[in-house]
Design a protein around this ligand. Structure first.
Ligand SMILES: [Fe+2]
Length: 320
């Protein structure tokens, strides 16, 4: 068996994903009891990690922080585990169409446009996850997983179901996609919300944790480092907002605003045109916030969603 460099904090083992846990991989966290039974937080680390976990432990449960495929694609590697989700994901993880509405593809391409997408391998990966039986765990209540107490703190924004598992006895919080990368916060689904992402960042600091586990790329932070770097990371939102205002004030038309590198580099959009949808949803989220702050941007916002989306009524999509 290949060795994997994991990090142990009490009953918790942090198992890094392949390629530095960069998307489409993510770090998997295991909670282990003294009988070597385990509960996983998410399942996106990679086949080697899944093999390591299955050889070491008997996986009882998998708790998902949110539905995103980079955190869930490994579920089929754990056939006997119970998959547990929050009530919001329980409503979303029922069909490809529902996930398309949540993700924003439905808004971009409309009902007829997503029919072709459903047949692509990228989308087909979701089918096995959708078909798997799921149980519901509660938000914001303490319960036991493999002998350790956990609270799934609801931290919407990144997507509306997103939550951060907090282990009070170990002083650990899994902050997941508050990943402190230079890209900045990601809120590019139809169910994402910038104001909530800002509020939820504060929530991650409100617990008595010393270890902050990000699930992509940068790994585990001490409280001091997380607190310092979170501020810079969240400030990227305001930098994007300022840039967007400037672009509009300079006269960039709604038809070209998605090509101004607010989120993704042009070369990435050219290489992977599917990212254009995420870019446009992210811009719509900013424009919605901008028009609330400054009514002069209302017209631009309305024109943008009417022109750039086939189903503009799905640009913002929520189950709450
Ligand atoms: Fe995510």
């Amino acid at each position: 068996m290949e060795t994997i460099n994991t990090l142990k904090i009490g009953s918790i083992e942090v198992i890094p994903g392949e390629n530095g846990s960069r998307v489409p991989f993510s770090t998997t966290v295991a909670v282990i009891d003294d009988q070597k039974r385990a509960t996983l937080i998410d399942a996106g680390a990679g086949k080697r990690a899944f093999q390591y976990i299955n050889e070491q432990y008997e996986v009882e449960d998998i708790l998902l922080t949110h539905f995103h495929i980079d955190h869930t694609w490994g579920i089929p590697y754990f056939k006997d585990a119970n998959v547990k989700v929050n009530w919001l994901d329980h409503k979303k993880m029922v069909s490809i169409e529902e996930l398309m509405k949540t993700g924003g593809n439905y808004a971009i391409y409309g009902a007829s446009g997503i029919e072709a997408m459903i047949e692509t391998p990228d989308v087909k990966r979701f089918e096995k996850i959708i078909d798997r039986q799921k149980y519901v765990y509660p938000y914001d209540e303490t319960f036991n997983v493999s002998g350790t107490r956990v609270e799934m703190i609801h931290t919407p924004g990144h997507c509306e179901s997103f939550c951060c598992p907090y282990f009070p006895d170990e002083g650990v919080i899994v902050v997941g996609d508050y990943d402190l990368t230079s890209f900045g916060p990601w809120y590019n689904n139809a169910d994402s919300n910038i104001d909530e992402m800002l509020e939820s960042a504060e929530k991650t600091l409100a617990v008595n944790a010393e270890h902050f586990v990000t699930l992509h790329h940068k790994g585990v932070f001490t409280r001091k480092d997380y607190e310092e770097q979170l501020e810079d990371y969240m400030n990227i939102i305001f930098k994007r907002e300022k840039k967007l205002k400037q672009l509009i004030d300079d006269g960039v038309p709604t038809t070209n605003i998605h090509y101004q590198e607010l989120f993704y580099r042009r070369k990435n959009l050219d290489q992977a045109p599917s990212l254009i949808g995420f870019e446009k949803i992210g811009i719509a989220k900013h424009l919605e916030r901008l028009q609330n702050l400054y009514p002069i941007y209302k017209e631009y916002y309305e024109q943008f969603v009417q022109e750039e989306f086939k189903a503009p009524e799905f640009v913002h999509y929520s189950h709450r």
